[in-house]
Design a protein around this ligand. Structure first.
Ligand code: BES
Ligand code: ZN
Ligand code: ZN
Length: 462
């Protein structure tokens, strides 16, 4: 927890954010002051000294908040597991960013370790010694909580997180004010004729779910809702178009990263009491080659009546998203945003340092999202979205096919999805940054929760 505190206690560690001068804190020995002066004169960005077991960190104040977050991560790496409290002496956005980086680095997914308690970081409090708006601290804690939730979901294996379980986890958000969750089960999905979601689910034993989360505060700024759609493929084997295991199927428990992002984003927005009306739609299933699994060559009738020729069962994300996007039309939104670990092509294009963004919404709306990406360092790279690309998903025997040509796979997937949405639309392909095989500072290893902080910032500035 990040909190506000009046005084430093020697039981804790302390991080000083140092500008051109050093402002000491009561109870700190004078040797720290001498060290701080040396640090100011040096070119180092961070430094520390140890007084017995206690760490005293120095971090140069930086307007680039990402540098402060990374310094927060570096602080975490030096602290022992047993450290309980860290004080931060410093003002403004840079101190909050340092606290944020530290809090995000304090995340661990230990559920499946027998000796989890031994491995657990004991850091409970990050205490800010300077004055801050209470609201800023509350929001930072809430957003961090939502990122933790989102990371947990991505890190959970299929052996726990089936589609019905994911729906149950989201249902628990209902304890937050003005937030409601409705879970549609298989029977209801059949009644609604969500052909894409049902087709992908044919090879599974677990039932699909379609979860609708609505956050409606008293006086929202927007008359028409913003609809968020997240790909909830709780496991992607590829289906009959089976994926190879190494470096491919082995990380596909993360294929609900879009669902974790959008559910996490609406959860954060509700906890932060943002004045926006939001609805999140989460279609969820695993994608398996069992039983009566859909096969290449099948023609599927989607929720809105569009027919789709399936040419690769591994292009399942667009099948389930299409139904959710078509469902959004009934909600008459002013903007629809989806997030999905949709294509390997997005990763091939820009790697894991950013997500691809594309869409037909006003460029100023896309620009605002891109700007939020820089604000929180969840960067976006915009792809072209020209109509020519849509030619590649036309089928010879049905309205569409679920496979594009050899090139521009992330864009042709986006054009496929666009077909189903009537409102201004933005598509986020988060396949790269949603799940990391090795630690990338405060983003950690495994599920990153990417998109939650991005959307939170976008909504705050909307
Ligand atoms: N879930 C994958 C995309 C993916 C790849 C996510 C790597 C994260 C990391 C998606 O369902 C998929 O398999 N897409 C295919 C589409 C192709 C068959 C048109 C792909 O990208 O290869
Ligand atoms: Zn797939
Ligand atoms: Zn997938």
């Amino acid at each position: 927890m990040i909190k506000q505190g009046k005084s430093y206690s020697k039981d804790g560690h302390i991080a000083f954010i140092v500008g051109n001068e050093f402002k000491t804190v009561e109870g700190i020995p004078t040797i720290v002051e001498e060290q701080a002066k040396k640090f100011i004169a040096s070119d180092e960005k961070t430094d520390y000294i140890k007084l017995g077991e206690q760490f005293i960190f120095f971090v140069k104040e930086n307007d680039d908040l990402e540098k402060m977050r990374v310094a927060g991560y570096e602080t975490r790496t030096k602290l022992s597991k047993e450290a309980k409290e860290l004080f931060i002496s410093g003002k403004g956005a840079s101190a909050l960013a340092l606290a944020e980086g530290l809090a995000l680095s304090n995340y661990q997914f230990l559920k499946y370790f027998k000796d989890a308690d031994k491995k657990r970081y004991q850091l409970e409090n990050i205490t800010l010694l300077d004055a801050f708006e209470a609201k800023d601290i509350i929001r930072l804690n809430n957003t961090t909580k939502a990122v933790y939730w989102s990371r947990d979901m991505v890190n959970e294996p299929l052996s726990y997180l089936t589609a019905p379980q994911l729906a149950k986890e989201i249902k628990a958000f209902e304890s937050v004010e003005n937030l409601t969750v409705k879970v549609l089960d298989k029977k209801k999905i059949e009644e609604l004729k969500m052909g894409g979601l049902l087709a992908v689910n044919l090879g599974s034993i677990d039932e699909p779910t379609f979860t609708i989360v609505e956050y409606k505060p008293k006086n929202p700024k927007n008359k028409k809702p913003i609809v968020l759609v997240g790909k909830g493929v709780v496991y992607d084997t590829g289906g009959m178009s089976l994926k190879p295991t190494a470096g491919s199927m082995d990380s596909m428990k993360s294929d609900m990263g879009g669902a974790a992002c959008m559910a996490g984003a609406i959860y954060a927005a509700a906890m932060n009491e943002l004045d926006l009306h939001l609805i999140a739609l989460i279609p969820a299933t695993d994608n398996r080659p069992g039983g009566n699994a859909y096969v290449p060559g099948d023609v599927i009738t989607m929720y809105d009546g569009t027919t789709v020729e399936v040419l690769n069962t591994d292009a399942e994300g667009r099948m389930i998203l299409a139904d959710a996007l078509a469902y959004s039309n009934e909600l008459d939104p002013e903007l629809v945003i989806d997030a999905a670990t949709l294509t390997g092509a997005a990763v091939a294009a820009i790697g894991q340092k950013a997500s691809c963004v594309m869409g037909n919404a006003k460029q100023e709306t896309i620009d605002a999202l891109v700007k939020s990406g820089y604000n929180v360092h969840e960067r976006l790279a915009q792809m072209p979205f020209w109509d020519d690309y849509a030619e590649e998903v036309k089928s010879a025997i049905a309205d569409l096919k679920n496979l594009g040509g050899k090139y521009a796979g992330s864009i042709t997937a986006g054009k496929f999805l666009e077909h189903f949405v009537k409102s201004p639309y933005i598509h986020l392909d988060i396949a790269g940054p949603a799940y990391l095989d090795s630690v990338d500072n405060y983003k950690g290893k495994g599920g990153t929760g990417v998109g939650v902080r991005l959307l939170n910032n976008f909504f705050e500035n909307y």
